[in-house]
Design a protein around this ligand. Structure first.
Ligand code: GN1
Ligand code: MG
Length: 360
């Protein structure tokens, strides 16, 4: 960890520096840092994916400053636990570029907090409210729209275009093995591009979204009872609310794991689906349009489908995007996501009823 120690010194000074790996992100590398007793999170930003780091960091500063102002207005006292706080490097930037061209950032570690990969309905409801409130707080952020840190990030038409090119190029020579899954994806392509069509027709707005509402991106207090804050702000940008709703369901309302090898474990957990929907709509009903509400359940299918496509694209490309733990990991992930999608399809009318009831 000598390299990381040198980087930390570009941000803060101190004597006793301890560094250990942290978390399970698929993109950036994270470390927990302790310096003379004070704790931080150090991250190496994957700049092959986030190509414009200064703009990325500028987004996060804008978002966190706006949230801080909102919390202050509300009289919240423990703001340092309610929103991420980036630490500037000694050169004044909110990132540091090392001599190998890698970008790093440092932020305060939020004390006495925890996140979950498996959540109870009671906590899912609180997480729903937190993400609804997150969108609500960002609705009146002044200035230009946020920079799109990854262009067309949740645009299904563009994801399919990339996927079809990967199928055609078959760079890793894996196509014959996954042809069935490719066919299943194509069968659903038109249905899954509906939000893009609705947007073009002026019927579905874009709002400031989190765009990575994985269940483990919500921090709870140490007792695991109350939400403290929403983390991982790399992809906060304009998008459809059904994306944020859907990505939570994809991760939080799955009875199995994202990459479960035992597909029998994988299915939609309707009590979690219901609880999150209730919490989300409690916070968001006041600003959502009818079209947005009517398409939330579709969002759960869409984000699961999108992730099936994204993992399979990376498998076809030869594993160049996501970190993998084993040779076939991207295919295993894609198959588990597809199984979850099928379960959502089987339960879709119930999912729609749940949304309808919670929106009344
Ligand atoms: C990536 O690294 P992580 O876990 O925060 C990805 C998300 C995917 C997710 C799949 C920038 O997020 O979009 O949904 O993996 N982030 C990026 O689990 O691609
Ligand atoms: Mg992320």
């Amino acid at each position: 960890m000598d390299k990381q120690k040198e980087i930390v010194k570009q941000f803060v000074s101190g004597e006793n520096i301890h560094i250990a790996p942290l978390g399970a992100g698929h993109i950036n590398d994270s470390y927990k840092v302790s310096i003379d007793g004070k704790e931080y999170v150090l991250q190496k930003i994957n700049h092959a994916i986030f190509k414009n780091v200064p703009e990325l960091q500028n987004n996060i500063i804008r978002v966190t400053s706006h949230i801080k102002a909102k919390l202050t207005e509300k009289g919240v006292t423990d703001i340092e636990r309610r929103v991420l706080n980036l630490i500037p490097a000694k050169n004044g930037d909110f990132f540091y570029k090392d001599n190998e061209g890698n970008y790093w950032r440092l932020m305060d570690f939020i004390k006495d907090s925890k996140s979950f990969d498996n959540i109870s309905p009671a906590l899912a409801e609180k997480a729903g409210e937190a993400f609804g409130e997150f969108q609500n707080m960002l609705a009146d952020m002044p200035g230009e729209p946020l920079y799109e840190t990854i262009p067309d990030f949740h645009n299904m038409e563009s994801r399919l275009k990339t996927f079809r090119k990967s199928v055609k190029d078959n760079l890793a020579g894996r196509l014959s093995k996954v042809q069935n899954l490719v066919d299943e994806i194509e069968k659903r392509a038109e249905e899954m591009c509906l939000p893009e069509k609705l947007h073009r027709e002026g019927k579905l707005p874009k709002r400031t979204n989190h765009c990575d509402t994985k269940v483990n991106n919500v921090l709870f207090d140490a007792a695991g009872e109350e939400v403290l804050c929403v983390v991982d702000l790399d992809t906060v940008m304009p998008g459809y609310v059904l994306s944020d709703f859907g990505d939570f369901m994809r991760t939080g309302a799955n009875n199995g794991e994202e990459d479960d090898l035992n597909l029998n474990n994988v299915s939609i957990n309707l009590p979690i689906f219901e609880a999150y929907t209730k919490g989300y709509l409690k916070a968001a009903k006041k600003f959502l349009t009818e079209v947005e509400i009517n398409n939330l359940a579709l969002g759960a299918k869409l984000l699961t489908y999108m992730q099936t496509v994204r993992f399979l694209t990376d498998y076809l490309d030869g594993d160049i995007y996501y970190k993998i733990k084993s040779r076939e990991h991207n295919l295993e992930r894609s198959l588990a996501q597809f199984k979850l999608l099928q379960s959502m399809e089987e339960n879709f009318s119930e999912m729609q009823d749940i949304v309808k009831k919670a929106a009344e």
